[in-house]
Ligand binder design. Structure first.
Ligand SMILES: [Zn+2]
Length: 287
């Protein structure tokens, strides 16, 4: 979930690639191109000022072109393997979903939904590479005020993702949450905080990251325990610190869930009462 460049592709280029096919079709879309271009400029301008939520929906672009026709145009313009689709995906500089930052992307999400904002159905700046799960979670409604736009908002300039290691039913459990007050005490504007909290909640990132982390714990627990019992606590800490550094360099994202998870493990291992904490875990549950 770091900031990405708005795709270089323009609505005019998308349109051009469809011209030959569209000529044989009715309606003739050409007369709505000036409107689509003006709307594209307005979209990017609003995005740069964090005002996408103020944009008005246009459902009828002309007498013969409305939501259905624009949806059809999107379907034919952004097919799997098409140049247009590849342009958007390639501009993401990553293969990972721009909403959850965890799974590979597979879909293009209309940030402002095409069923309401027909004027942005084929606008590249409105199309976000996301995983299928996130696309489904956002499938209905307008969320411009509630979710982070990866093209226009840099949400990783301050740390906000926190993981705590707890013992629940004698098992180690990782719990993720949004917390701006720890560890650096950088307090953002209330709108910024509110948006990140809503994004986190809409995409169910607490349970998403938590499930992943708890699978990691189940897989690695016997190995970690063997190292700790063998007197190599320091080596284990050093390993995690190394991985944190690598993840920090690779992702340049202080809210990367994997990095935050490993930071929580280090914090746990360096607790003054660590031995007591560790002994209360039932290791038989991990074999
Ligand atoms: Zn996702």
């Amino acid at each position: 979930m770091k900031r990405h460049q708005v795709p270089h592709l323009s609505v005019k280029e998308v349109f051009k690639s469809q011209r030959v096919k569209l000529k044989k079709k009715s309606p003739d879309y050409l007369h709505v191109l000036p409107t689509l271009e003006a709307q594209e400029s307005a979209y990017i301008e609003a995005g740069n000022h964090h005002e996408l939520n103020t944009i008005k929906a246009i459902q009828k672009l002309s007498d013969d072109i409305g939501v259905k026709e624009m949806k059809d145009l999107y379907t034919s313009s952004f097919k799997g393997g098409s140049h247009n689709r590849d342009c958007i995906l390639d501009s993401a500089q990553t293969r990972i979903c721009l909403y959850c930052g965890r799974r590979d992307y597979s879909d293009l999400d209309h940030f402002l939904p095409k069923s309401i904002f027909a004027q942005f159905a084929i606008t590249p700046a409105n199309l976000i590479p996301v995983c299928h799960q996130c696309n489904v979670k956002k499938s209905t409604g307008i969320f411009a005020e509630q979710i982070v736009n990866p093209y226009f908002e840099d949400i990783n300039r301050i740390p906000w993702l926190v993981c705590n290691m707890k013992i629940i039913d004698n098992r180690l459990s990782a719990q993720f949450m949004v917390d701006f007050r720890w560890p650096n005490r950088v307090i953002p504007s209330s709108e910024f905080e509110d948006k990140i909290r809503k994004h986190f909640s809409l995409f169910k990132l607490a349970s998403d990251y938590g499930l992943w982390a708890n699978e990691q714990i189940s897989a690695y627990m016997p190995g970690w325990n063997a190292q700790i019992k063998g007197g190599n606590l320091e080596g284990l800490v050093a390993n995690f610190k190394y991985e944190i550094r690598i993840l920090g360099e690779k992702e340049s994202n202080q809210n990367n869930y994997d990095k935050v998870f490993k930071e929580a493990l280090v914090k746990m291992l360096e607790k003054p009462n660590f031995n007591e904490f560790w002994q209360s875990i039932d290791m038989n549950g991990y074999k």
